[in-house]
Design a protein around this ligand. Structure first.
Ligand SMILES: [Zn+2]
Length: 480
């Protein structure tokens, strides 16, 4: 990401949206079911990557050296791991699937994999089957899952102590491997491998993935001329919802305009029978309510969890354009694909559909995750990021298509010409940040007065914790 420093929180959103990774709406799958479903569990080192078309679809293929196998069998010492999306300079096009993981060459990880028909592999549940390897204090290796997670350890049944929570738990490499080997042989036992991040050495938990491999910005330029982006629904409609989800999808589309006040126009264009999805362009933006092309290899399961939906965009490589001093690829066509098996989830709580549709629409506008994947901060760092509709994981409540300030800042940075968050060589929160790099955008500090803030934002004292800065930092935010 060159030397320019992106700033919070607007640009965190951008950093997530434009960079590495990830995801989709997700309900986490626990280690046990993940292990049971894996054809192969292996500790690997990523050796090489290339982008190509595989059965029409643009994908990035990683060559991985197998260091150790914990479940399954491979002939030879190398495997191919394919993840959807990538840029194809020869064809001048790119595909970004929000939710697809990203690796750096040389990186080590423990991967839970499913096998493809051609003998290559895919990461289980898109990004959930990835445990990155880190060195902890005392030379121990640990594995940490990409996604921020909170683990509740129930110890009360054992010695009467109350349940305690571990945020972002790490897994002791040796203990986890032995647990997985046992599980592969049919011996199921209680997890004994979790360690708290702090006890595993805090320094090693800084994500090494802030330098994103595939770092680029995406936005629609159509809205600037007052044009619209029309959405088709697949004729079959959504399982588990009355009316096939028509009204809920409409509500989600309207949320992005009504709640941001920006000219994001997403009118409906009726139904379609086209199921091309990400395979090739049909010149339509379409929501598919079933995974017709197996873009998500594992179905969603209401007991185990999984990926609920993915959103992705196709873009043209040859026509980068400038917006607020940065280069963007214009988005050309977008799709939302809801996973098979999601009907039971929406039946349980129909407003989950509003939330999921609005979240995926956020991706199709160019927004990444506010938190919870390898390209964004840990959700526990900031309530503002954790409460965003664009966090990587489903909020298990009935909020529906409700954006929070962070979602709104992100959308306004992308689509409101008067809303700025300037790139700057100082870290956000630095005492001279607003002076040198300002005026400060939403979530930036340190401000001294309202005049340090852009537009109608005000300087709020001691609010730094909201965006992952020290609590004593004064930051610019919209007036209450
Ligand atoms: Zn997402």
């Amino acid at each position: 990401m060159s030397s320019r420093r992106l700033v919070l929180p607007v640009l965190l959103l951008l950093a997530a949206g434009t960079g590495g990774a990830s995801a989709t709406s997700i309900v986490r799958v626990a280690d046990g079911p993940l292990a049971d479903r894996a054809a192969l569990i292996a500790r690997v080192e990523l050796a090489d990557r290339r982008v190509g078309r595989f059965h029409d679809r643009i994908a990035t293929e990683y060559e991985a050296v197998v260091v150790e196998i914990l479940k399954g069998y491979v002939a030879g010492s190398r495997i191919l791991v394919r993840v959807p999306g990538g840029r194809l300079p020869d064809e001048g096009v790119g595909l970004k699937i929000f939710g697809a993981p990203e690796f750096r060459v040389g990186e080590r990880a423990l991967l839970f994999l499913g096998e493809n028909e051609d003998g290559s592999y895919h990461v289980l549940h898109l990004l959930q089957g990835i445990f990155r390897e880190r060195d902890a204090a005392g030379g121990r290796a640990i594995f940490q899952r990409d996604m921020g997670e909170v683990l509740e350890l129930r110890t009360d049944s054992v010695d009467g102590r109350p349940a305690r929570e571990i945020e972002n738990p790490a897994r002791d490499a040796e203990l986890f491997e032995s647990w997985l080997r046992d599980r592969a042989e049919g011996l199921e036992r209680e997890p004994d491998y979790f360690v708290e991040a702090s006890s595993a050495g805090t320094g090693s938990f800084t994500s090494p993935f802030t330098q994103l491999v595939d770092d680029f910005n995406l936005r629609w330029f159509r809205f600037d001329d007052g044009k619209r982006v029309r959405w088709h629904r697949h004729r079959d409609g959504q399982d588990g919802l009355s009316g096939g989800g028509k009204e809920r999808f409409k509500r989600a589309r309207k949320a992005w305009r009504r709640q941001t006040g920006v000219g994001i126009r997403l009118p409906g264009a009726g139904t379609t029978t086209s199921t091309t999805g990400f395979d090739r362009s049909d010149f339509r933006n379409t929501i598919l309510f079933s995974d017709f092309n197996d873009d998500m290899e594992e179905d969603f399961d209401c007991i185990e969890g999984g990926v609920i939906a993915i959103g992705g965009v196709s873009f043209i490589l040859t026509t980068t354009r400038e917006w607020k001093g940065e280069m963007f690829y214009p988005i050309d066509e977008t799709e939302i694909i809801v996973n098979d098996g999601v009907g039971c989830l929406f039946q349980q709580e129909p407003s989950f559909a509003d939330q999921v549709y609005a979240h995926e629409l956020g991706h199709t506008l160019g927004l990444g995750h506010s938190c919870g994947d390898s390209a964004s901060p840990r959700c526990s760092k900031s309530e503002l990021l954790d409460e965003a509709l664009m966090r990587a994981f489903l909020h298990e409540d009935d909020r529906g298509a409700e954006l929070n300030d962070d979602d709104i800042f992100g959308a306004r940075y992308l689509y409101d010409p008067d809303f700025f968050a300037a790139p700057c060589d100082l870290p956000p929160g630095h005492k001279r940040f607003c002076k040198r790099c300002g005026p400060c955008g939403a979530g930036q500090g340190k401000c001294r007065s309202d005049s340090d803030c852009v537009g109608d934002l005000v300087c709020v004292p001691d609010a730094g914790a909201k965006v992952g800065l020290p609590p004593g930092v004064d930051i610019c935010l919209p007036p209450e």
